[in-house]
Design a protein around this ligand. Structure first.
Ligand code: PA5
Length: 471
């Protein structure tokens, strides 16, 4: 499908970050200008890094023609032959697929009758809660299910555990045909899953070396599940490519991702340690989850690139408009001045629902009649934006003309670029996750993985819990 760049461009409104609108808590033009050299350096490092090292994600809109065709063909066969599609993965190998599914597919996709769905029922299992595994097995028929095992490292305990359980069941029920029910998405060169995939002869898609988990939605990690449920993956990639072009200028006023990275950087330096993301669209609810990982894992670091201690980052908080107006907005309005709120709005919802008459005798209800739910949610977004701005709280809004594959692709790329610029401004390694690795390694040690004896000893020698502090 073709999308008009003119009408489908997402927009950034950062008025409410600026002192001229917000007052004393706001940021001045001078503060942005003072970043001068740092900004140029951050922009240049992202420009020069594109496609290299761990910035392979910046090439994904350009270098996947063949892979996309393979994915589309594979997805077509899955739609024809399977009734369920289950992603087994965690972190960056799950959050993107969940977000794209929620954004584009019917809100009750799995409950739709088969003829109205564009693909098999869809599940993403991103935990090792045994109750959830049993529950999944209660609702799917493994003989009619394609499982997509997704892990870049090919050794993540959670994903490999899920794989072992599912593979065992498949082998019991299907014998040699089990292999036709598993697709591996993993690194071509490292890890165990690729070795298993070769041995078992699984259909395999590769995660490029330079694409880390949280930057992987636009490679086969996200594209295969998306194509299976009928999402136009070429549209998503076209949107991402458009955003790359839109953010190719070093002029901050023409580069929305650089602008919000700079505004967030200034805010973080002033102690705004919390970043709230509040989309006003249920379709974007899980974009906030995807972003939380992207922002937290990328920026939460304790060393600069020069090896200096830094302990930086901003804690992402997920909220949903209007739902969380009735839970969190009180805090945003009247609580501490420690947050930057990212609102995401859509100009046009994909459905329109009129609010019918029926309460003429109650003016305080009747005022709603004759409006639409669309008008109500827009009014509530504007009203909340007004209220937090009046309270002096930093906020900016990203507006999508409508939620579709092209605008989703733009949004994903916008946040990935923003994160890359923000990391460069902080002078940290945006693309590693030593804090996550520490937990992974401790798990391996606790469960007896070979090669982790030293870690096991370290854990045994760690301060023990004291009963006096357990009540
Ligand atoms: O961003 C990351 O790299 C991590 O959060 C990973 O996505 C997560 O740990 C899962 O790793 P893997 O894909 O190797 O199983």
């Amino acid at each position: 499908m073709r999308y008009s760049k003119k009408t489908m461009k997402i927009r950034l409104d950062y008025n409410n970050m600026m002192s001229s609108v917000l007052g004393k808590e706001g940021i001045t033009e001078e503060e942005i200008a003072a970043l001068g050299g740092e900004l140029t350096k951050a922009f240049d490092s992202v420009e020069q890094g594109k496609g290299k090292g761990m910035m392979g994600w910046a090439e994904l809109p350009y270098n996947q023609d063949e892979i996309v065709e393979d994915i589309l063909e594979t997805a077509k066969n899955i739609r024809k032959n399977f009734e369920y599609f289950v992603v087994l993965g965690i972190g960056g190998s799950a959050l993107g697929p969940i977000a794209a599914f929620q954004a584009i597919c019917h809100m009750h996709y799995n409950d739709l009758p088969k003829r109205l769905r564009k693909g098999p029922k869809f599940y993403v299992e991103d935990n090792v809660d045994p109750e959830r595994m049993v529950a999944l097995l209660d609702v799917i028929d493994v003989k009619k299910t394609m499982f997509n095992v997704v892990t870049k490292s090919g050794s993540t305990s959670e994903t490999m555990t899920q794989y072992l359980i599912i593979n065992n069941i498949l082998k019991e029920k299907l014998g040699d045909k089990a292999k036709d029910h598993i697709i591996a998405t993993t690194s071509k060169n490292t890890g165990n899953l690729i070795k298993i995939a070769v041995k078992e002869d699984y259909k395999t898609f590769y995660i490029p070396d330079g694409v880390g988990g949280r930057f992987s939605e636009l490679c086969p990690v996200g594209l295969l599940p998306a194509a299976v449920v009928g999402i136009d993956i070429k549209g998503m990639l076209a949107g991402a490519k458009f955003m790359m072009e839109e953010c190719s200028s070093d002029n901050i006023k023409k580069n929305s991702a650089l602008m919000t990275a700079a505004l967030q950087h200034i805010s973080m330096k002033k102690g705004k340690n919390i970043g709230v993301m509040m989309p006003y669209a249920d379709g974007l609810k899980f974009i906030a989850d995807w972003y939380a990982q992207l922002w937290a894992e990328s920026l939460g670091k304790n060393k600069t690139l020069n090896g200096k201690d830094c302990n930086v980052g901003q804690t992402p908080v997920k909220a949903l408009g209007v739902t969380d107006q009735h839970s969190q907005v009180q805090l945003y309005a009247e609580g501490p001045f420690d947050k930057v709120i990212t609102f995401i709005g859509v100009d046009e919802y994909r459905s329109t629902v009129a609010i019918p008459a029926g309460c003429e005798e109650y003016p305080n209800v009747n005022f709603l009649c004759g409006h639409t739910m669309n008008e109500l949610i827009q009014a509530e977004r504007k009203a909340t934006e007004y209220a937090v701005t009046k309270a002096g709280k930093l906020n900016y809004t990203v507006m999508l003309p409508i939620l579709n594959e092209f605008t989703l692709g733009q949004l994903l790329m916008y946040f990935m670029l923003q994160t890359a610029y923000a990391g460069a401004l902080l002078n940290i390694d945006t693309f590693n996750q030593p804090g996550v690795e520490e937990g992974k390694n401790a798990t391996y040690a606790l469960l007896g993985r070979p090669g982790y004896d030293e870690k096991r000893t370290e854990l045994a020698n760690a301060p023990q819990k004291q009963n006096k502090y357990i009540i």
